[in-house]
Design a protein around this ligand. Structure first.
Ligand code: FRU
Length: 477
């Protein structure tokens, strides 16, 4: 930015410094993933600002470089032309303004004429005897603009808590902005004073001035807070994607502390609407805060392969880093429901066909008739019968994770994307997905298979990630 302040200038030096000092320890961890994005050091959570701008796909993410267990949030940045070769770019947003000084929280990107408009939540927390729900924090909506897709040239406060409608707590965040019918729309996740999760809809003619126009909610409360909302249309059907907090377990549904999923939305999000039944987007241990974007007509979705406030953990913290993104998927409509299908670009990482006893980092596709069982690297067991599937993790392999079950239609086909320390299990073409981190012993390899046929098993290669930090510094000086 032209008028940078001292906080910005110090953070801009400190982040690359800590990445240089601690990055090699993180990089040497055998649990580093091969084809998922991770923080160079420290902590990652939500994907942010996902967009296609010219030939580039940008992935920003919530990044705490100084603390592998979560700390002050900046926007980390990767970009790619082909979703296989990635450039790690300098941090895009630092918490350096009065409205975001305790964190540049989640948000989205609007692309117009090659310019990135990054809408995000500025977090401020006051010190004192506050409940931090109705008092003690500010959730501000801000707009940072980038002309080169690498650095921010302006940043301004658009709305603060007093600008949101009445009846809300201080929890109002994660703007998702898009253009439609010649206007701009923004969805913001919120918690009401009655502890109900809702989504606020705002409208603007100029990207800067926003008018509240509607609230989207269920007739009965469904959780106390809806984080990371996203509203989009797919093949004529509207959906509200969000990450509700405070939804209690119901049989095999909502087994994690927080859920993420979607409601079909009938009618108009700007006026009269009804929400259909909520569907979870993932039934594994680690998937949260997904966001979508349009990529040449494809509606792509990227989630965080982690779970906030979970009772299980990740041993990678000992090596100074934690968490990763899930695999990028395309959303497809199937009988009113959404399928999550890994982008075909990932197939280019197929190295060679392997035998089951060689499997470590792999892509397995198979068909199933009735019941079956797959044991992966001695610590993950996937079992199914008719429409019921369970994923059990054992011992240190689960790092506290035990079992997750899901009920669906009869299980016909499965695809497993297994990275060094993650499993993503796509059932029936992606109508059910179970994502989890797992920690097999490094030397263990091999899978055993029962009840499946038409097996295709590939060893997977790795993303290529180049560090553009130094080039950018060179350019500036
Ligand atoms: C979801 C979330 C968002 C918030 C961000 C902070 O995981 O809590 O609501 O903006 O993480 O990192």
């Amino acid at each position: 930015m032209s008028d940078t302040n001292a906080l910005y200038r110090d953070l801009e030096r400190l982040v690359p410094y800590v990445e240089r000092m601690q990055g090699s320890e993180a990089a040497a961890d055998p649990y580093r993933l091969q084809f998922h994005l991770m923080p160079p050091v420290g902590w990652m959570n939500d994907p942010n600002g996902l967009c296609r701008c010219g030939e580039w796909r940008h992935i920003f993410y919530q990044y705490s470089p100084f603390n592998a267990e979560g700390g002050v949030k900046v926007w980390g940045h990767y970009r790619s032309r082909d979703l296989l070769h990635w450039e790690k770019l300098p941090v895009m947003l630092y918490p350096d303004q009065p409205w975001d000084v305790h964190g540049a929280y989640s948000g989205s990107a609007l692309v117009e004429d090659g310019i990135l408009y990054l809408y995000y939540t500025g977090s401020v927390k006051y010190t004192g005897e506050y409940d931090y729900i109705n008092d003690g924090r500010a959730n501000n909506t801000a707009l940072a603009v980038s002309h080169d897709g690498i650095t921010v040239c302006s940043n301004e406060l658009l709305m603060e808590n007093a600008d949101y409608p009445k009846g809300l707590t201080r929890h109002v965040r994660d703007p998702k902005v898009w253009m439609q019918d010649g206007r701009y729309y923004m969805a913001l996740g919120a918690r009401t004073v009655d502890d109900q999760g809702v989504v606020l809809v705002f409208e603007s003619e100029d990207k800067n001035h926003w008018k509240y126009i509607n609230t989207i909610m269920t007739p009965e409360p469904f959780g106390y807070m809806w984080e990371c909302p996203d509203l989009f249309e797919l093949d004529g059907q509207w959906f509200l994607l969000c990450s509700p907090q405070g939804v209690g377990k119901q049989g095999n549904r909502f087994q994690n502390i927080y859920t993420s999923g979607y409601f079909p939305l009938y009618g108009d999000f700007r006026g009269c609407y009804t929400l259909g039944e909520y569907e979870e987007l993932d039934c594994g241990f680690d998937f949260y805060a997904p966001q979508t974007f349009l990529d040449e007509g494809r509606r792509l979705v990227l989630g965080w392969m982690g779970m906030p406030d979970a009772e299980y953990g990740n041993p990678t913290v000992q090596n100074g880093w934690q968490h990763c993104t899930a695999s990028l998927c395309e959303l497809k409509l199937d009988g009113g429901k959404l399928l999550r299908v890994p982008v075909p670009e990932l197939d280019a990482l197929h190295r060679r066909k392997i035998d089951p006893e060689q499997a470590k980092v792999f892509d397995l596709s198979c068909m199933s008739a009735g019941a079956g069982k797959i044991v992966i690297r001695e610590c993950a067991v996937l079992e199914w019968e008719n429409g019921k599937i369970s994923l059990s993790l054992s011992g240190n392999g689960g790092a506290g994770r035990t079992v997750r079950c899901s009920e669906t239609d009869a299980i016909k086909d499965l695809r497993i994307l297994a990275d060094t320390s993650s499993l993503e299990i796509f059932v029936n073409g992606g109508s059910r997905v179970l994502s989890t981190r797992y920690y097999p012993k490094h030397e263990t390899c091999g899978i055993t298979l029962a009840g499946i046929e038409e097996i295709s098993l590939w060893e997977m290669g790795a993303f290529e990630i180049s560090d553009m930090q130094h080039c950018c510094f060179a350019k500036k000086s």
